[in-house]
Design a protein around this ligand. Structure first.
Ligand SMILES: C[S@@+](CC[C@H](N)C(=O)[O-])C[C@H]1O[C@@H](n2cnc3c(N)ncnc32)[C@H](O)[C@@H]1O
Length: 179
């Protein structure tokens, strides 16, 4: 499956309020992010953000360096339209997370809600894990987290720690190959 084609179709044909993953506010994610990174100047990336309102909530909470990445241009357009002039405060990246060129050590927080979850092909999951692992290596002592559903992965200087539940094995994949 070509993810760009698939997700462009989803966002151009469905009402974002009707999709199963819709949430009117991203309270749980915001709570997690403010807990691990209270510094409002910390660079945060929401990977596979879709049309999520997390970006709105982060701006409202005072975060100054927010990046939003998604494979679908239509999804980014929805969020930009909703934010209006505030859209200019955000770095928008139309990219495939499996091969996106991410700035070295750019992010203090890596946020993912229901994206890794949708990568069902083993090679796709491996490519995603490599991206996260690369960021973790570059960040070294800086903490960041990866949240999927109720699982939170948080990097400390000693390596990845799991907070909450993870049923899809990203913790094991990262721990097994961590350099
Ligand atoms: C289930 S939606 C979740 C959206 C958002 N995280 C939320 O919580 O509302 C999955 C999102 O992942 C994006 N996505 C899927 N595969 C991707 C990829 N390879 N690279 C970047 N984004 C991707 C889709 O466009 C879609 O917006």
């Amino acid at each position: 499956m070509d993810p760009k084609r698939h997700w462009e179709t989803v966002y151009r044909t469905k009402d974002v309020h009707e999709v199963s993953w819709f949430q009117s506010e991203a309270r749980r994610s915001l709570d997690l992010i403010t807990r691990v990174s209270p510094d409002r100047s910390a660079p945060i990336i929401d990977v596979g953000a879709g049309a999520s309102v997390l970006v709105d909530d982060l701006l409202a909470a005072g975060y100054l360096d927010v990046s939003v990445l998604d494979v679908s241009e239509a999804a980014l357009e929805i969020s930009r339209g909703r934010l209006g002039t505030d859209a200019a405060k955000v770095k928008w990246m139309r990219a495939d997370v499996r091969r996106a060129q991410l700035d070295e050590g750019a992010y203090a927080v890596w946020h993912d809600r229901a994206v890794f979850h949708f990568l069902t092909d083993a090679a796709d999951r491996a490519a995603y894990v490599e991206q996260v692992r690369g960021e973790a290596r570059r960040l070294r002592s800086r903490r960041h987290l990866c949240r999927r559903r109720s699982g939170v992965l948080q990097w400390a200087p000693g390596g990845p720690l799991l907070r909450g539940r993870s049923s899809l094995g990203i913790r094991d994949r990262l721990s097994a190959g961590q350099k």
